[in-house]
Design a protein around this ligand. Sequence first.
Ligand code: OOG
Length: 265
Amino acid sequence: MTVTNKTKVDLVDYLLRAESDVTEVVKITDQYPELSIEEAYDLQKKLIERRMEKTQTKRIGIKLGLTSKAKQEMMGIHEAIYGYLLSDMLAFEWEPLQQHRLIHPKAEPEIAFIMGEDLIGKDVTASDVMNAAKYVVAAIEVIDSRYKDFRFTLPDVVADNCSSAKLILGSKLVRPEELDLANIGMVMSKNGEMMTTGAGSAVLGHPAEAVAWAVQKLAERGEGLCKGDIVLSGALSEAIAFDMDDTIVAQFDGLGSVTLSSRYV
Ligand code: OOG
């Protein structure tokens, strides 16, 4: 079945409804197996426009996904993906997440960049990213795929805004050049028990390389990063599922820690 404009509107509605009803749904490639990555980015763009309109939110940045070689191999792909961060996705360390608003959330430890300047262009490099970024900060991204059992193909996850749900930033802001970002070590625990470890190099060799890739990719669509954007550069380890009353802490060398807690309200 081909993806007409009418189908695109229906698919966007389908995914937005899954999010607002907090219900997992069958992946869209079950019905549209020919959906291409480019069409999936078109769907993602429409979804973001509709979601901003519906929830009166605005764009606050970009997230990268599937940046680790391990995850790419697991999915049989060779490319990362990007999605958008919106203002209502921003959560805070001091305010537990409302677990009942999430389907089957998982936490990912990430290094976030705060952009000090706009950055746009097909030839942008990691060193351009380091120069344009004002700070790096520890982050936890909460991913919450709208698809059943978190199972999807690449076009499915792109259309679903790369499983984006929430993000929490730590409170220690560091100038990017002050740290060796590829060699930053990270430990993530759940309720005091160590769950996973990782290093900055897990993110396409260096987190700024991942951000440069995203900027080049955005340029293909005439877009880029804006001053003030938050950029989640990709997970340093696998994602960890959590439930109500869980507390997750990600501790990074040189960046301090960031804490997520959840409750049922
Ligand atoms: C896709 C998004 C994963 C990352 O950093 O790899 C992601 C998913 O696994 O649901 O954000």
